[in-house]
Design a protein around this ligand. Structure first.
Ligand SMILES: [Ca+2]
Ligand SMILES: [Ca+2]
Length: 216
């Protein structure tokens, strides 16, 4: 008798399990396809993520081509955010300097211009001390000026390159401490304090746009 009862229980358990498997299968059939992106959607997403480095990227006729990118220097006084938007509206981005070769090219490019410094597409506004390029390129190469990045005043989250040495650094640490081509972290509007407005002001600011990975 006991044996028969046990066997009957096993049959019931098997029936319940079978019912659960069936239900799970039905749920899968109904819902799983909704979770999967349609092929066209997946394709669109790929195109969107690669648009910055699209080889067909258009750039202004007077931009100068060098080693896979085009560059243009602007002697226009803008905040870092305004300059960033300006480059993006032209289909490019604030310049990213990711090698010694690109650094030297940019130094040559700004040498004959007239601003004290030029915005680069670097910031550590998201995580203090963790510098990032606006393109997502790896921030490995750097060319900081004497004692930089200093984060003076706690608001210096934006990167620029000196066309001429910073006289305040030289006055403080000795002639030759600061150098043309070196990098500094600045506030988005380059205002430091009333004693440095002779060197740091929007009127002394320019920026450089880059159009990356262009087939020439
Ligand atoms: Ca670059
Ligand atoms: Ca600084």
């Amino acid at each position: 008798m006991a044996k028969k009862a046990k066997s009957k229980m096993s049959n019931s358990t098997a029936t319940i399990i079978a019912a659960l498997i069936g239900a799970a299968a039905m749920i899968s059939v109904v819902f799983i396809p909704r979770w999967l992106p349609l092929p066209e959607q997946a394709e669109d997403k790929h195109d969107e993520s690669s648009s910055v480095f699209d080889e067909t990227t258009a750039y202004p006729e007077d931009a100068i081509y060098f080693n896979g990118s085009a560059y243009k220097v602007f002697d226009i006084g803008m905040t870092w955010y305004e300059a960033k938007a300006y480059c993006e509206n032209l289909g490019g981005h604030l310049v990213t300097i990711t090698s010694q070769e690109e650094q030297e090219y940019i130094e040559g490019l700004i040498a004959n211009h007239n601003r004290n410094f030029y915005w680069l597409g670097g910031t550590d506004v998201t995580h203090e001390g963790q510098w990032e390029w606006v393109t997502g390129e790896t921030f490995e190469y750097s060319n900081w000026d004497y004692g930089e990045p200093y984060n003076a005043g706690g608001n210096d989250y934006y990167l620029h390159i000196y066309r001429v040495p910073n006289p305040h650094v030289d006055a403080f640490h000795g002639e030759g401490s600061s150098a043309a081509g070196k990098w500094n972290d600045a506030s988005y509007n380059v205002y430091f304090n009333e004693y440095e407005v002779d060197f740091f002001s929007l009127d002394a600011t320019g920026f450089i746009c880059e159009w990356s990975s262009i087939s020439n």
